[in-house]
Design a protein around this ligand. Structure first.
Ligand SMILES: Cc1cc2nc3c(=O)[nH]c(=O)nc-3n(C[C@H](O)[C@H](O)[C@H](O)COP(=O)(O)OP(=O)(O)OC[C@H]3O[C@@H](n4cnc5c(N)ncnc54)[C@H](O)[C@@H]3O)c2cc1C
Length: 450
């Protein structure tokens, strides 16, 4: 049992926590960086990177299947081992974080593998050791997959993102509970590898928080590709017998070889010792101010602060938090122009408010909508998609936008600039849009604002 002194302890090294520990150490502070699993967190090992490797591979397969539409004949034979090898060898080093640990230590931080728990103001315990941090403690514990309380589900060997991203071979059939971004991306990725996929969504539509037009677009493509999508259903029970899952819904049963549960995430707050600093360990998220302060000598960032469970949010917050600890001036947190992308095909990128959110906020809303297929580039590519703009008509600026379709996440870049910098829509209308690009459809959507 040893008591150690340092400037800062960082508990949890997801993308944001790792960046905070690295930057503070580089700035000369004495930093103790604690993680009980893998340095880098969910994104590189069980999230963004491996899932996007699946999507890249499945998109290539789909392009191959479309060769007869454009350029001759094709005979596409998927081989999952290429994906499994790439995830294991290139993305995750076989789920080994030594490179990330070395990077952290090279930056000057002290790395401690173990479960960190606050035991009082500015004090953390890891195993038998105690760390007293003169400046304070940073919390970046992230989230874990959670499963809804469905009868029988907990007793079955269902997959979460942590299992499905490690599979060495694909099953014949897969049921996916949850039609959010993770469920939708992995459903399509698996389907394009020949897996018979059923998506089960209790809400009225998949990709529920997106614009309804985006949900319909993706649902239609899924239907066209043979992915069964069930929405607005109640799941009464799940069982597993003889190597098969049986999911009982209101009027029917789904039988599948594997089951992926992608129906929400739980903040890792229960075993952090939050009660020792007057915070509620049962809370769904940690409240922070615009400088990421959760209390005296306490900061938090990432998924647990509830401003969007995205790597770019965690990284954005890390820079603000580092400035605050170092006493540097700079912009504080502003989520008006928060972009996010669901990497289905069509890709759904959106920023800021949806039309409904803007109307609920009492804004005088004008909406512009255009079908990407009717643009020159969309027609050439035989691509599907849409651009939807949400304008605060009183101020004449966009407060939200969606770019769904080929490169939707890339088109989103210019729309994010518009929302972030509050570029007047009149200025956007006066721009020149290169012909024939996908982003030229933004001009049509601007003309449609009404
Ligand atoms: C399948 C999937 C796909 C995704 N795709 C995208 C995407 O395309 N784009 C995107 O922006 N985001 C994506 N995300 C979300 C993204 O992974 C997270 O938002 C991101 O990892 C940021 O999380 P975080 O910084 O809060 O912490 P996390 O990445 O969750 O890391 C938290 C770390 O804290 C550690 N920890 C927790 N408690 C303790 C403790 N008490 N002591 C010590 N260590 C502890 C954990 O071991 C973990 O390493 C995806 C997520 C999933 C699951």
């Amino acid at each position: 049992m040893a008591t150690n002194s340092c400037d800062v302890v960082v508990i949890g090294l997801g993308p944001g926590g790792e960046a905070v520990a690295t930057e503070l150490a580089k700035a000369g502070l004495s930093v103790v960086a604690v993680d009980e699993r893998l340095v880098g967190g969910e994104c590189p090992y069980f999230g963004c990177i491996p899932s996007k490797m699946i999507i890249r591979a499945s998109d290539v397969l789909e392009e191959g299947r479309r060769i007869p539409e454009f350029a001759g004949e094709s005979d596409v034979r998927p081989d999952w081992s290429e994906v499994a090898d790439r995830i294991r060898d290139e993305a995750t080093d076989d789920w080994n974080d030594q490179v990330a640990v070395d990077r952290l230590v090279d930056a000057g931080a002290t790395f401690v593998r173990g479960h960190g728990r606050i035991i009082g103001p500015r004090t953390v315990q890891v195993g038998d050791d105690t760390y007293e941090a003169s400046k304070g403690v940073v919390l970046n514990p992230g989230t874990s997959p959670s499963a809804p309380p469905i009868d029988g589900l907990a007793d079955t060997p269902y997959w979460t993102n942590r299992e499905i991203l490690r599979v060495e071979s694909v099953p014949g059939s897969l049921a996916v509970i949850g039609g959010g971004p993770i469920g939708a991306e992995l459903a399509q990725g698996m389907s394009r590898f020949g897996v018979r996929v059923t998506v089960i969504e209790v809400g009225e539509r998949i990709l529920g928080p997106e614009e309804p037009e985006s949900s319909k677009l993706v649902a239609d493509v899924f239907a066209h590709e043979g992915i069964q999508v069930l929405t607005g259903v109640t799941i009464s029970s799940v069982s597993y017998d003889d190597g098969r899952f049986r999911i009982v819904l209101d009027g029917q049963e789904i039988d599948a070889e594997k089951l992926l549960v992608a129906a929400g995430r739980r903040a890792n707050l229960t075993d952090l010792g939050l009660e020792t600093v007057g915070l509620d360990p049962a809370a769904h998220s940690l409240e922070v101010d615009e400088r990421m302060r959760a209390g005296e000598g306490l900061w938090a960032l990432g998924d647990v602060v509830g401003h969007g469970a995205f790597t770019h949010v965690s990284m954005y917050q890390s820079a603000i938090l580092v400035r605050d600890i170092l006493g540097q001036d700079g912009p504080t947190a502003d989520y008006r122009a928060l972009p996010h992308v669901t990497f289905t095909d069509p890709e759904v990128g959106s920023v800021g408010m949806t039309e409904k959110q803007a109307r609920d906020a009492g804004l005088n809303v004008r909406v512009g909508l255009t079908d990407l297929a009717s643009s020159t580039r969309g027609w050439i590519a035989k691509g599907q998609g849409l651009i939807k703009l949400v304008e605060d008509a009183d101020r004449g600026v966009l407060v939200g936008a969606t770019a769904a379709g080929p490169s939707g996440g890339e088109i989103l870049g210019m729309l994010t600039t518009a929302v972030h910098a509050e570029v007047p829509t009149d200025t956007l209308k006066s721009m020149i849009y290169a012909y024939p690009t996908f982003h030229r459809a933004v001009e049509s959507a601007l003309k449609d604002l009404s």
